[in-house]
Design a protein around this ligand. Structure first.
Ligand code: PLP
Ligand code: TYF
Length: 398
């Protein structure tokens, strides 16, 4: 059966982890994968999560099947977080939400659903984007193309070029948008630029698909939803995939959701029925544990406050590492200005380091970054910051 099976290429980012784990140098640093580590280099177990888990363990609830789309309490908590508890589109029954296996699972069931509704669509992702965006939508059967996004000259987003491209696309094209904390560049649009994107989507009849994997990692829960809420206010129909992997530090529990904004309550019911069909033939219904923890934390005021403070702590620590890295590089006598790192948002920075420089950081220092020059700021800490700054200074000096 398997004699002719070829070796598949590795995921470039997850593949870095394997190389990092095999490295025996004690000073090694993994700036590759997008995971938040605390100042001790550990993935945190949040206090709010720990409390909710303890309560749940003591209650020892039975483990029946969940509804195909997940529990109402979870889905409603997701909607409130994305759109605000007093949102008109929620009140009007225009939002359909299904629990999903992380943000990845949400993108996949969303892709599968769109394939049933608009089978001839082309999907457009940002250039560059998270590697898995292309792979996921190709797996769902779509051709995947790009829209311009990153400007290496400013190390920021090129909103003008992006919007100009959107204004040429055929109606029914699917546009995948990073709602905040763009992966891999860290370059986000301003609110005014988002308003232009919404306008382009409306005038061209595009299908917006917002990917919200880092809510709370830029400026806060509500400010990070600015794009989502501009779309909500526009009256358009659109998709949102969201994830608690980062914001709850629950990576391996696979907790996320797909939300779909429709035109009417009646449309919502029909769309949900089709989405349930996609889910039923995929994994039937979502797992219980991670979603139950998230929904308990979000709906219990004391736990919610604790979580918001812990999320702010992660956000502030990443910001401190951005400033720290820029300061340390500035004091190392290099002729390159790295101050753009402070303007970039979320976990990542496109540093402008070349593939050759990244390779040297790995070979000479045991510091692992993505070949594109992407580094994860959340892997920096007060102990490795000087070492990383030394390495970057060394490779940019040549
Ligand atoms: N979307 C983007 C832009 C991401 O960076 C990630 C990374 O983790 C995901 C989706 C997937 O998140 P999850 O781990 O919840 O599947
Ligand atoms: O971009 C990252 O590093 C994160 C983690 O297939 C990730 O989004 C990377 C690759 C992948 C799944 C998650």
């Amino acid at each position: 059966i398997f004699a002719a099976v070829e070796m598949a290429p590795r995921d470039p980012i997850l593949g870095l982890n394997e190389a990092f784990n095999a490295d025996s140098r004690s000073t090694k640093v993994n700036l590759g994968v997008g995971v938040y580590f605390d100042d001790n280099g550990k993935i945190p177990l949040l206090g709010a999560v720990r409390s909710a888990e303890k309560t749940r363990l003591e209650a020892a609830p039975p483990r029946g099947y969940q509804p195909i789309e997940g529990p109402v309490a979870y889905n409603s908590a997701v909607q409130n977080l994305l759109f605000g508890a007093d949102s008109a589109i929620i009140r009007d029954g225009r939002v359909v939400t299904a629990q999903a296996l992380g943000g990845t699972g949400a993108l996949r069931i969303g892709g599968d659903l769109i394939k049933r509704i608009v089978p001839g669509a082309t999907v457009y992702i940002s250039d560059p984007s998270w590697e898995n965006h292309r792979a996921l939508f190709e797996a769902a059967g779509f051709p995947v193309d790009t829209y311009p996004y990153y400007d290496p000259a400013t190390r920021g987003a090129n909103a003008e070029a992006m919007i100009a491209k959107l204004n040429t696309l055929p109606a029914g094209s699917v546009i995948v948008l990073h709602a905040c904390c763009h992966n891999p560049t860290g370059a986000d649009l301003t609110e005014a630029q988002w308003a232009e994107v919404v306008k382009a989507c409306a005038s061209r009849g595009l299908i917006p698909f917002l990917d919200m994997a880092y809510q709370g990692f830029a400026d806060g829960i509500e400010p990070d939803a600015v794009a989502v809420n501009l779309f909500a206010a526009s009256g358009l129909s659109f998709f949102v995939s969201s994830s608690f992997s980062k914001s709850f530090s629950l990576y391996g529990e696979r907790v996320g959701a797909l939300s779909i904004v429709t035109q009417t309550k009646d449309e919502s019911a029909r769309v949900l029925s089709q989405l349930k069909r996609v889910i039923r033939t995929n994994y039937s219904n979502p797992p219980i544990h991670g979603g139950a923890i998230v929904s308990a934390v979000l709906s219990t005021p004391t736990l919610r406050a604790e979580w918001e403070a812990e999320l702010a702590g992660m956000r502030d620590r990443i910001r401190a590492m951005r400033t720290g890295l820029v300061d340390k590089l500035a004091s190392r006598n290099i002729d390159q200005d790295f101050s753009f790192v402070i303007k970039q948002r979320g976990m990542f920075s496109y540093t402008g380091l070349t593939a050759a420089q990244v390779e040297r950081m790995k070979d000479e220092f045991g510091i692992y970054a993505v070949g594109t020059g992407r580094i994860c700021l959340a892997a920096l800490n007060t102990k490795n910051l000087d070492y990383v700054a030394d390495a970057i200074a060394a490779v940019v000096k040549g």
